[in-house]
Write a protein that binds this ligand. Structure first.
Ligand code: SF4
Length: 314
C-alpha cells in the first residue's frame, strides 16, 4: 500500500484491509473482486492484484509464510528490488539495500552521485552505494533512516541542511551543489487515451461491466467503454450493437494516471433491461442497483464519472 502512496492515506485503508483479510491464507482464498472492493479508492490497483497473487504463491510455495531470503522475496508478484530489500532488511534483519525516490535523492547529494533519475549508470551507482551503507547490525533501521531523512529533511526543494544529522559528510553541501542534485527527471509525455463511455441506467440501476483480471483497470468494474475510433457515438454503437440508442456526448471528464491521461467521453445510452453477452473486452456485465455500486471494485476516475453522469447516484 505504501508504494507511491503517503502514510496518512494508507492509514485509512490498512486497518480495514487487515480486518477483512487478517491472514495470508484468508487473502489467498478470497476472490480478486473482493480484494479490489476493499482496495477501492486507494488507486494503483496493480498493487492489489499483485498482493493477491503473492498471497496465493505464499500459500502454495512457502506454507503461508513470507520467505526470508532476498531471492525468494524477489520471486513473488509485486516484489521488485525495492520492496524485497525493504522486507528483507526490516522484517528479517538482512543486509539488503533499498533505493526509493527519497533514498536516491539523499545518496546523490551525500555522495555526489551524478545523473538524472532513470539514468542506468546512476541507478547502478545508487544501489551500489546503498549496499555499501547497509552493512551492520541494524540494516532495517538504516534503510528506514535513509528514507525518513529524504522524506523529512533532505527535501526535493529547500532541504533543511542546517538541521541535517549528516551535514558534516555531505558532498553536495560542501561543494555548494545541493540545488543541482539530483537533476530533474525527464518524464516522457503521458499517453492520451480517449474512451467513449456508455452511461446506461434504468429503474434505479446502472449498467456496469467487469474487466478481465490483467491489464489496465484489470478486475475492476466500470461503465462500459472503449477507445474512441472515428467518434464516441460510432464506437459505442460498434461495442453495443444496433439496438441500444446512443445519445450525443454529454461531457468529457479528464483524469491523469501514472503513465497516461484519460479523457472519458460520456454518452447517454438507452438499453433494454435484458442483456446479451458482454462486449468482448469484459468478462461480465449487469444492472447494478445504485445502493450496491459501492460493493464493487472501481477506479476513482470511473466512480467520479458515474456519480457525475447518473442522476440519483450521489
Ligand atoms: S546536508 Fe542537506 S543536502 Fe546533504 S543530505 Fe543533509 S539535507 Fe541533504
Amino acid at each position: 500500500m505504501l508504494q507511491q502512496t503517503q502514510v496518512e492515506r494508507v492509514l485509512r485503508y490498512y486497518p480495514r484491509f487487515l480486518e477483512r483479510f487478517p491472514t495470508v491464507a484468508s487473502l489467498a482464498e478470497a476472490n480478486l473482486a473482493d480484494v479490489l472492493v476493499v482496495w477501492r479508492g486507494l488507486g494503483y490497483y496493480g498493487r492489489a492484484r499483485n498482493l493477491h497473487k503473492a498471497a496465493k504463491e505464499l500459500v502454495e510455495r512457502f506454507g503461508g509464510e513470507l520467505p526470508s531470503t532476498l531471492d525468494e522475496l524477489k520471486s513473488l508478484p509485486g516484489f521488485g528490488r525495492y520492496t524485497a530489500g525493504a522486507v528483507a532488511s526490516i522484517a528479517f534483519g538482512l543486509e539488503a539495500p533499498l533505493v526509493d525516490g527519497n533514498v536516491a535523492r539523499v545518496l546523490s547529494r551525500l555522495l555526489l552521485i551524478e545523473g538524472a533519475p532513470g539514468d542506468k549508470a546512476r541507478e547502478a551507482a545508487l544501489w551500489s552505494a546503498a549496499g555499501d551503507l547497509v552493512v551492520g547490525a541494524r540494516p532495517g533501521d538504516l534503510n528506514q533512516a535513509l528514507m525518513e531523512l529524504g522524506a523529512t529533511v533532505c527535501l526535493p526543494s529547500s532541504p533543511m541542511c542546517l538541521l541535517c544529522p549528516v551535514q558534516a559528510g555531505c558532498g553536495a553541501l560542501a561543494a555548494g551543489r545541493v540545488d543541482e542534485l539530483p537533476p530533474p527527471k525527464k518524464a516522457p509525455p503521458k499517453k492520451l487515451l480517449d474512451l467513449a463511455v456508455a452511461v446506461a441506467h434504468r429503474d434505479g440501476c446502472v449498467l456496469l461491466a467487469r474487466r478481465p483480471d490483467g491489464g489496465l483497470f484489470g478486475g475492476l468494474w466500470e461503465m462500459p467503454c472503449a477507445p474512441i475510433e472515428a467518434s464516441g457515438t460510432s464506437t459505442l454503437r460498434k461495442m453495443l450493437g444496433k439496438r441500444p440508442v446512443v445519445g450525443p456526448q454529454m461531457v468529457i471528464l479528464q483524469r491523469t494516471l501514472t503513465h497516461r491521461r484519460l479523457r472519458l467521453h460520456l454518452h447517454p445510452v438507452d438499453m433494454t433491461p435484458s442483456l446479451r453477452a458482454p462486449p468482448p473486452q469484459y468478462v461480465e456485465w449487469r444492472w447494478v442497483p445504485f445502493d450496491e455500486t459501492h460493493t464493487l471494485g472501481m477506479s476513482s476516475a470511473m466512480e467520479t464519472a458515474m456519480r457525475e453522469a447518473v442522476p440519483g447516484l450521489a
